[in-house]
Design a protein around this ligand. Structure first.
Ligand code: G3H
Length: 331
């Protein structure tokens, strides 16, 4: 079971009120230096998640419906077009077929947001008009984050001006690899100021940070610098979201909360592409952070193909394997 609370299938999904902002803290280098992670222990801990998945299909369906409402439905391809983004947004507004929702007893379901590159903000906003769904834009020279600093700042400002309500920034991995925590803090705090009213998700690109200790320290610095969410990956690194990394980031969110009373959101992203993945991630955040981190105000999946996989599994649960109704064209 992902957590002790089982959500009601009839629960209304869809846009949720935004979480309060993280005002951040002055950089505490002593806390950063004292933070260490034991990788074998983290790996042992997450290995137990498989045994705690929902035991029956009805409970599984409830959690998978919940997962749909947590997806930042993403397209981040060089060949994105307004047409592709419009189809993605139609899917975000209405991610599951009416017959499937009816069979599962589900009410309104939407994804949490749509996530695109800057140039696709305008078509996404137009296609989402009236839905209440926010547009998230990746920024700051995504995915590598190696453009001139002034260009990265200008990109944030342009995306906020274009109507992105959420900005997914990428950090400079070298600051972590060199242990230059002040540089990392200053970079993220400056990005946060440029975001203005838009909520900021800090992508740590954990697959490029070398160690779980670096992941933990970068998580802490990002939160001190005011990140509203910390996000694992761009989806473009060779290694993207992994459960040991997720455990490490959740533990740092918990530590930051215990020290400050501030709730920071979590967004695993990259390579999350099966219904089983979704259950394991929901189980992890439920165990480590509690049921509030199974809601869109504090949790998102960054994913381009997860929705299709969940829909296929819900079809199997609702109608039986090999007996699914004709599927609509994918979004
Ligand atoms: O932020 C979202 C990721 O780029 C999506 O990665 P994915 O295409 O592996 O699902």
């Amino acid at each position: 079971m992902p957590s002790e609370e089982t959500p009601s299938p009839a629960r209304t999904a869809g846009p949720q009120p935004a979480q309060d902002r993280n005002a951040g803290l002055p950089l505490d280098t002593g806390w950063v230096a004292a933070t260490r992670v034991n990788r074998p222990a983290a790996e042992r801990h997450v290995a137990g998640l498989a045994a705690r998945r929902p035991a029956d299909p009805a409970t599984e369906a409830v959690w998978l419906l919940r997962a749909v409402g947590l997806i930042d439905l993403t397209t981040l391809s060089g060949d994105d077009t307004p047409g592709r983004v419009r189809r993605l947004c139609a899917k975000a507004r209405n991610p599951l077929r009416a017959d499937l929702r009816a069979a599962l007893g589900a009410g309104r379901v939407t994804t949490a947001a749509v996530c695109v590159y800057h140039e696709m903000i305008a078509p996404a906003r137009a296609a989402l008009e009236g839905s209440g769904l926010p547009v998230a834009a990746v920024s700051t020279g995504f995915p590598a984050g190696l453009s001139p600093f002034s260009t990265r700042l200008a990109e944030i400002e342009a995306s906020v001006a274009a109507g992105a309500a959420e900005i997914d920034i990428v950090i400079s991995r070298r600051h972590v690899l060199l242990g230059d925590w002040q540089a990392l803090y200053d970079e993220i705090a400056t990005f946060r100021a440029a975001c203005g009213p838009a909520h900021m998700k800090a992508i740590l690109a954990t697959g490029e940070l070398g160690t779980l200790t670096n992941v933990a320290r970068a998580s802490l610095v990002a939160m001190m610098a005011g990140a509203d969410f910390i996000k694992t990956s761009t989806g473009k690194e060779p290694v993207n979201a992994t459960l040991p990394v997720g455990l490490t980031m959740c533990r740092m969110i918990r530590a930051y909360r215990e020290a400050t009373g501030i709730d920071v959101g979590f967004k695993p992203a990259g390579g999350i592409s099966t219904a089983t993945d979704a259950l394991d991630w929901l189980g992890l955040v439920g165990e480590e952070l509690g049921p509030r981190w199974q809601e869109p105000a504090l949790f998102r999946f960054g994913a381009s193909s997860l929705l299709g996989a969940i829909e296929r599994r819900l079809d199997e649960i609702a109608f039986g394997a090999g007996n699914t109704p004709r599927r609509h064209a994918p979004g």
